[in-house]
Design a protein around this ligand. Structure first.
Ligand SMILES: Nc1ncnc2c1ncn2[C@@H]1O[C@H](COP(=O)(O)OP(=O)(O)O)[C@@H](O)[C@H]1O
Ligand SMILES: [Mg+2]
Length: 248
């Protein structure tokens, strides 16, 4: 069955040279193909596409031996690997309530999704593992299985003062606060789920310590607020959000 899937992909892949990642429908199921080519985004700060590809393939395989939160690899060839579609992204779900204001049930559903994402991230951290850059567009939810999957495991870089877990938490909070007009309640739902982890409190305290140490940097970002740079504005919001969290 997987051989047929790979042969099907082999026949179509030449037309997908411009897409590093693309979806494939096969036997009524969705799969995603990831190739070892550059996505042309910020290529000068990234390691070579092949190194990133190998790192991600091994990291996904390893993570799934510990905790099933990475996508399921359905097959691979030398220049690509295929994962099973794991649902729509948190970006997609977070926008639903505003798009359908008449449907009250959506807010509860999205609150639930963020809560279980927080729980899943906490579990990963309790295993001593981390994702590297858990941004909203790289986290999916499947309503049929009620399961969160973290995609895109190729990022090994971080702010060296933070533990990998502290970095994950801060990056997610930043990624959430980058989005326009999302209610803060979903982020609190995520933190509620996260706080069920054994290591959560220590991680939050650690992030607070590092942020406080770099107060000057965030003061500088705050001065840039009138210019509305999305990333520095979100950095200031992330700083305020993290420091206001209760840790008693
Ligand atoms: N297994 C999957 N299930 C659902 N969506 C996926 C899957 N793999 C990739 N995607 C979608 O494709 C996008 C790009 O994939 P990703 O692995 O993050 O590549 P990139 O490094 O180019 O960001 C993701 O943000 C997600 O929307
Ligand atoms: Mg990605």
């Amino acid at each position: 069955m997987n051989d047929m899937l790979l042969e099907y992909i082999d026949r179509m892949i030449d037309q997908e040279k411009d897409h590093r990642v693309f979806p494939v429908e096969f036997n009524d199921k969705t799969y995603y193909v990831k190739q070892d080519i550059s996505n042309r985004r910020s290529s000068w700060i990234k390691p070579s596409p092949r190194a990133a590809f190998d790192y991600e393939f091994y990291k996904i395989s390893f993570i799934n031996t510990q905790l099933p939160v990475a996508p399921v690899i359905a097959g691979f060839r030398e220049h690509y690997f295929v994962t099973e579609g794991s649902g729509k992204t948190l970006t997609y779900y977070s926008e639903l309530p505003a798009q359908h204001p008449d449907d009250d049930s959506l807010q509860d559903m999205v609150t639930h999704i963020f809560y279980i994402f927080g729980k899943t991230l906490g579990q990963l951290h309790d295993y001593g593992l981390s994702h590297g850059r858990p941004a909203m567009r790289d986290i999916t939810y499947d309503p049929d299985t009620d399961k969160i999957t973290l995609l895109d495991w190729e990022n090994g870089r971080r702010w060296p003062e933070l533990t990998p877990q502290g970095w994950d938490l801060l990056i997610f909070v930043h990624s959430y606060l980058r989005e326009d007009n999302l209610p803060i309640s979903y982020l609190y739902a995520m933190m509620n789920g996260y706080s069920s982890a054994r290591t959560a409190r220590d991680t939050v305290l650690h992030v607070k310590d590092v942020l406080r140490k770099h107060e000057c940097l965030f003061k500088f970002c705050r001065m840039l607020n009138p210019l509305h740079f999305v990333d520095t504005e979100a950095a200031v919001k992330a700083y305020d959000f993290m420091l206001a969290l209760k840790t008693e």
